[in-house]
Design a protein around this ligand. Structure first.
Ligand SMILES: Cc1cc2nc3c(=O)[nH]c(=O)nc-3n(C[C@H](O)[C@H](O)[C@H](O)COP(=O)(O)OP(=O)(O)OC[C@H]3O[C@@H](n4cnc5c(N)ncnc54)[C@H](O)[C@@H]3O)c2cc1C
Length: 304
């Protein structure tokens, strides 16, 4: 439980907005999950520093939220502080072939900015509804390309409140992985190095990526992207499909009939409904094919 007086002292010193008992269903693309004790949106680096400092001194759990597009928050919600970056962290700057953007900038917006400056290399992110910070931490990507292909450096603040810039090679990027520990380190911004290209061709490429998504993924229904990582040599969606689970429902959640590695919220799903389908898919695929499915989504919070 947060100490009311202490939290009042913190919120009176930050410039950003904050919400008590923030319903996480409203802050995640899957639209499920219980409340966060408090959600704070940091306007600037000073706000981030104050929150980190408070969490450390008071031993308060701190969860970093990006755009909530890869998160399953359980129905009991999140203890402590959920920190989201806003304000200053949404800025995108372009200089020659380099883009420097704050962690709260939305990935599709960064890609569109690149396109309008005739910069190529980011077309593939156009349908990924992530914040840049979350996408860096997760090394978001598609089969042909990952974000780390264009990252030159990342600015990170650690639990001690120290900020440092890390070069690409220091971050151990691999498939949906970086060594950024989101429980202790927060991405503040990233610098991307792109190639000069033809704007019309770049836009065409982006459209092709979007059309590909529209044809293969459930659009318009709340979801969190791919639930599982693809095990080496397999496609998680094919394994779930072959296990006979495509279209299976549990409460308000369903294994998508479009793409079996997606779970959709039909409108009234609980996190438990989603979690049951995740566990069932893991069990069935392990029993039938001897393959372990590892979640790509981050499961956080308390069960009811
Ligand atoms: C329709 C749809 C399509 C998708 N397609 C793809 C795809 O093609 N490829 C792909 O890779 N992913 C895809 N995703 C998943 C998701 O968009 C990515 O995993 C993305 O990287 C998550 O970013 P986020 O900002 O939403 O992070 P969140 O979901 O908010 O958080 C994810 C993790 O990152 C951490 N985090 C967030 N911000 C920061 C920060 N500033 N500093 C440190 N840690 C942070 C969080 O603590 C959490 O552990 C898709 C999702 C949806 C809903």
């Amino acid at each position: 439980m947060l100490d009311k007086k202490e939290i009042h002292d913190l919120t009176s010193r930050i410039s950003g907005l904050w919400v008590l008992n923030a319903p996480m269903a409203s802050y995640t693309t899957l639209k499920v999950g219980g409340p966060a004790e408090i959600l704070i949106e940091a306007e600037n680096e000073h706000d981030v520093f104050l929150v980190i400092d408070y969490a450390k001194k008071t031993n308060t759990p701190l969860t970093i939220l990006g755009n909530g597009s890869n998160l399953l928050v359980l129905d009991g919600g999140l203890k402590g502080i959920v920190l989201r970056l806003g304000g200053h962290f949404k800025k995108i700057k372009v200089l020659d072939n380099k883009i420097t953007a704050g962690a709260a900038a939305l990935l599709p917006k960064v890609a569109r900015t690149a396109a309008s400056h005739g910069l190529t290399g980011l077309e593939f992110v156009i349908g990924i509804p992530a914040s840049l910070g979350g996408a860096v931490a997760m090394n978001a990507g598609v089969p042909e390309q990952v974000l780390s292909d264009v990252i030159s450096s990342v600015q990170i603040i650690n639990q001690q409140g120290h900020t440092r810039s890390f070069a690409n090679g220091e971050l151990d990027f691999s498939y949906r992985h970086s060594n950024i520990n989101s429980q202790q380190e927060i991405v503040l911004s990233a610098e991307l190095t792109m190639e000069h290209g033809d704007e019309a061709e770049i836009r065409l490429k982006m459209e092709e990526y979007l059309n590909k998504r529209k044809a293969s993924q459930p659009m318009g229904m709340p979801n969190a992207g791919s639930i599982f990582k693809n095990p080496a040599g397999y496609a998680a969606g094919c394994l779930i499909d072959q296990a006979g689970l495509k279209g299976l429902t549990n409460g308000g959640a369903q294994i998508s009939t479009r793409h079996a590695n997606f779970i959709i919220n039909g409108g009234h799903a609980s996190a438990k409904d989603v979690l049951n389908l995740i566990l069932l898919a893991q069990k069935s695929v392990l029993n039938q094919f001897g393959v372990e499915l590892v979640p790509e989504i981050k499961i956080v919070g308390e069960e009811n």
